[in-house]
Each structure stands twice: as C-alpha cells, then as structure tokens.
Design a protein around this ligand. Structure first.
Ligand code: G5P
Ligand code: MG
Length: 222
C-alpha cells in the first residue's frame, strides 16, 4: 500500500547536491519534491510580484526575508499530497520553528560536502528553469550540450553562481542555516551524509530512507 504521510527536508550548503540527490529520491520513493529555490526562479522568470521581490536578494547571495518565505512555502505545501521532500527550506531558525508548528517531520537529511569541492563544482552548473533539473560539466552532462534531456529546451547558468555571489551564499549558510541543523538534532531526527560526490552520498541516503518508507521503483536505485 502506498505511504499516506511522509514529510522530510533536505539540508546542505549551496551546491552540496540537494537538487541532485532529491531527483534520485523522488525517482525511487515517489515523493513530491518542493524546492524553494526552483520555485523562486520560476517566479523570477515569470516576473510575478514574489519573483520581483525575491530577485533583489537572490542576485546578491542574500536570503529572502523569513516572512515572505514562510508564507510562500506554507501555501506551496497546501497544494501537494502530505508525502513530500522539501529542499532549500528551512534556511533559518525562524523558518524551522514556523514549519515545525504546522508540520512535524519524520526525518531531516543533511548533506555535508567540503566547501572547496562546492566552489569548484558551481562553475560548471547548468539548469533547466522549468523543471529545476541540474547538469554539470563532467558530471551528469546533458545528452546534447546546452539542452535539457527531457524537453530539449535551453539550459541556463544561474545568476547567483558567479564566484563572488557563491562566497556570500556560503557565508549566509554558515551564519543563518547552521542553527537549523542544531534544531533538528535537538528534535532527534537529524541524519547526516558526508562525502565529496553525490555518487558517494546517494547509497547512504537510500539506505536510510528505506527504513522509513517503502521504495516505489525497484530497478532505479541509481
Ligand atoms: P537554492 O536554489 O535553494 P542553494 O544555494 O541552497 O540554492 P543549490 O545552489 O540549488 O542550493 P544544491 O541543490 O544543493 O545547490 O546542489 P545541486 O544543484 O544538486 O548541485 C550543484 C551542482 O553540482 C550541479 O551542477 C550538479 O549537477 C553538480 N553536482 C552534484 N553532485 C556532483 C558531484 O558529485 N560531482 C560533480 N562534479 N558535480 C556534482 O536557493 C537559491 C537562493 O534562493 C533564495 C536564497 O536567496 C538562495 O540563495 N532562497 C531562500 N531564501 C530564504 N529562505 C529560503 N528558505 C530560501 N530558499 C531559497
Ligand atoms: Mg538546488
């Protein structure tokens, strides 16, 4: 029987592989993937009012204010089945507390990748804005250079992947997101996965998740 309730978050520094690992989780466990960054980028592309507001912060490597994000993500979660994986939220203690009031989580997954590895890999990141699918030069390259594998639409580089902005995002992560990890540790639901590559981290995540929910597709454990 399909799982009716399962709520989890994936934490980790910018470009630690949250999107990459989430894609594999979703394939194997059939969860709803809600990525705050992907949603914001879609709003920016569509020039909505939240997109225009968020863009000012994102392009400088700063976090979008808590009140905007809490309202935005609470509404997004109302629109999906209660079987979800939240990526990129919460990013501050305020956000973690607000989320906990409305949704108790089963587990919080934290990806731990060294900063020098991260700084090196963002230079080669290409994204498909419509879906959030990510590629990298030398790792998960698109079948046709510059085009999304599924839709054939053009891939773009993120404005906030410029080296100077990446450093600001890493700083914001250290200052504002560290307390979120401690918050989940105190709740007793934190699971950490350490590694230099997503291929090294993925089997450990898979091994952990099968203890919580049944796997949906048995031949895609990659
Ligand atoms: P985002 O979009 O949430 P970040 O900074 O948390 O942004 P990001 O950059 O999306 O995280 P990721 O998802 O952790 O990174 O990583 P990824 O995209 O999977 O992988 C990074 C790259 O490395 C990809 O090109 C991938 O192919 C490659 N890669 C993965 N694994 C490997 C590997 O093993 N080897 C190699 N060589 N490559 C690999 O948030 C963006 C902004 O939105 C705002 C903020 O301004 C934020 O800065 N925002 C919020 N603000 C406030 N509160 C919130 N909750 C917010 N959420 C978003
Ligand atoms: Mg991401």
């Amino acid at each position: 029987m399909a799982t009716k309730f399962f709520k989890t978050v994936i934490l980790g520094a910018p470009a630690s592989g949250k999107g990459t690992i989430s894609e594999r989780i979703v394939k194997n466990f059939n969860l709803e993937h809600v990525s705050s960054g992907d949603k914001l980028r879609q709003h920016i592309q569509n020039k909505t009012s939240i997109g225009n507001e968020a863009q000012k912060f994102i392009r400088e490597g700063k976090l979008v204010p808590d009140e905007v994000m809490i309202k935005f993500i609470s509404e997004e979660l109302n629109n999906v089945k209660p079987v979800w994986l939240l990526d990129g939220f919460p990013r501050t203690l305020n956000q973690a507390e607000a989320l906990w009031k409305i949704h108790k989580l089963d587990v919080a997954l934290n990806l731990v990748v060294p900063f020098p590895v991260i700084i090196d890999r963002v230079k080669g990141r290409w994204v498909h804005l419509g879906s959030g699918r990510v590629y990298n030069v030398g790792f998960n390259e698109p079948k046709v250079p510059g085009k999304d594998d599924i839709t054939g639409e053009p891939l773009v580089q993120r404005e906030d992947d410029k080296p100077e902005v990446v450093l600001k995002r890493l700083e914001a992560y250290e200052k504002q997101t560290r307390p979120v990890i401690e918050f989940y540790q105190d709740k007793g639901i934190l699971k950490e996965f350490v590694g230099n590559t997503s291929n090294e981290i993925w089997p450990k995540v898979l091994e952990c998740l099968v203890t919580y929910i049944p796997i949906q597709i048995t031949n895609q454990h990659k």
